[in-house]
Design a protein around this ligand. Structure first.
Ligand code: B12
Ligand code: SF4
Ligand code: SF4
Length: 374
């Protein structure tokens, strides 16, 4: 089999199956990434969602015997809703980040990669392949950068000249020695808009993140959100798009190329109050198809309560009272106390005073006292 011809055939086929950009690189170790990962670990700047084995992360040969190349793929996702419901007083809404709109991208990209594997094996039956999307060992961005999909921006994102940074990434390690593509030029230049816009200062310098204080990470934690971050997360229920939205290379970027990635407005931007009493089953039915549901309903509910506090939404007092009285989870009760403190009306104060008498949990009591002190 002519490897160059196969590469061209793969590029053609990829277009047919809804892969928006494809690039090829070697399976050589990722040496700079290795140093970087060690450094990030030492600084405690990692989220904990990363694969912990740095050798596996940086040496494709440990993941597939005879690894010779990696095929990187990118799939563009929309940034604007065709029907964008506006939240208003009495009917506030929260927001799922764009990477959680439509069907879970893990499923979408894995399907595409599986088709690509089948295509390659139909041409070379003895080909060996290993595909991954997000949850695999490799750094999807480091692979994409080396395969020429895009450059690595100061906001950490891979930015493609065609689709901006609103692309999902995935890759396939193969034992076929494809000719590698070249990385593309970094076009960030003197721009620093993302660093300036980051609400928590998580972008410590161009291309370096302290994931522990990135809002995207914070929205995915299950414990109490540290007080200083509650007001900055605003109405974000899952993820954060700020450092991408401000990027000049994303200006006007809004691709609707894949039906399954189209957002359902009531899911991507849901009303907040109903989330407070949603059952596990309802949550699964409504949000289960999205990538933002992977941590379950608790972080989403906690963030919804924070968002109601952020809006000082008086119409939510009765629902917050119910949560404070009946919810078995201290994090949810304590966060409701915080929100009532933010709302700060006489009625909210009364609810807090009532709860103070009945509450037994130390942390929740502390939240109630802090809320009353406000
Ligand atoms: C852990 C994780 C997170 C963590 C940490 C993010 C981070 N920046 O590290 C948290 C929860 C915060 C997060 C948030 C988001 N994530 Co995330 N996340 C991951 C995951 C699982 C691992 C990332 C990782 O290993 N980071 C460690 C750092 C050190 O490495 P890296 O960023 O992968 O690689 C770059 C650096 O190492 C850098 N580098 C290496 N050496 C050096 C040296 C110097 C001097 C410099 C300057 C840079 C540098 O170059 C590499 C290539 O860009 C990947 C999937 C995967 N398996 O790779 C998705 C992934 C990176 N996430 C993704 C997305 C979409 C997001 C969000 C936009 C989601 C959202 N809307 O909320 C935000 C963006 C936050 C941000 N500004 O980065 C996409 C990115 C797509 C793209 N176009 O870049 C990925 C690839 C998932 C996917 N398959 O599509 N994420
Ligand atoms: S995703 Fe949000 S919090 Fe995280 S680095 Fe970007 S702007 Fe900052
Ligand atoms: S906002 Fe500016 S510095 Fe940040 S990634 Fe975009 S071009 Fe680069």
């Amino acid at each position: 089999m002519n490897v160059e011809q196969l590469k061209q055939d793969i590029i053609e086929y990829a277009k047919e199956i809804g892969i928006d950009k494809i690039g090829f690189t070697t399976a050589d170790p990722f040496t700079t990434l290795k140093e970087r990962l060690i450094k990030q670990q030492q600084l405690n700047y990692q989220s904990g969602f990363e694969e912990p084995d740095i050798d596996k992360r940086t040496n494709p040969a440990l993941l597939l015997e005879g690894a010779a190349s990696i095929i990187s793929i990118a799939v563009a996702y929309p940034t604007r809703m065709k029907e964008n419901p506006k939240g208003k007083k009495g009917a506030r809404r929260g927001l799922f980040a764009r990477a959680s709109w439509g069907e879970d991208y893990h499923t979408v990209l894995r399907n595409r990669l599986q088709k690509l594997e089948e295509f390659i094996k139909s041409k070379i039956p003895e080909a060996r392949t290993k595909s991954m999307v997000d949850t695999g060992e490799l750094s999807d961005r480091a692979v994409a950068e080396r395969a020429g999909i895009g450059w690595s921006g100061k906001n950490c994102a891979i930015i493609t000249p065609e689709y901006g940074s609103f692309v999902y990434l995935g890759e396939m390690i193969t034992n076929i020695p494809f000719e590698p593509d070249q990385p593309i030029e970094d076009l960030c230049g003197d721009c620093n808009k993302c660093l300036e816009a980051c609400p928590t200062g998580a972008l410590v310098q161009g291309g370096q993140i302290n994931a522990k204080i990135c809002i995207s990470y914070l929205t995915q934690t299950k414990d109490f959100l540290p007080e200083q971050y509650r007001s900055v997360i605003g109405n974000r229920l899952y993820g954060c798009d700020t450092c991408q939205i401000v990027c000049p290379y994303n200006r006007g970027v809004d691709f609707h190329l894949h039906e399954e990635l189209e957002p359902e407005p009531e899911i991507a931007k849901p009303l907040l109050t109903p989330l407070l009493s949603i059952s596990n089953r309802e949550f699964k039915e409504k949000f289960g198809r999205t990538s933002g549901a992977w941590r379950g309903k608790k972080p989403i509910q906690r963030n919804a309560i924070i968002a109601l506090g952020h809006f000082k939404e008086e119409s939510a007092i009765d629902d917050l009272q119910k949560v404070l009285k009946d919810d078995p989870r201290p994090v949810i009760r304590g966060t409701a106390a915080w929100a009532l403190g933010r709302i700060g009306t006489e009625k909210a104060k009364e609810v807090l005073l009532n709860a103070l008498e009945k509450e037994k949990d130390e942390e929740v009591l502390n939240e109630i006292e802090l809320a009353l002190a406000k």
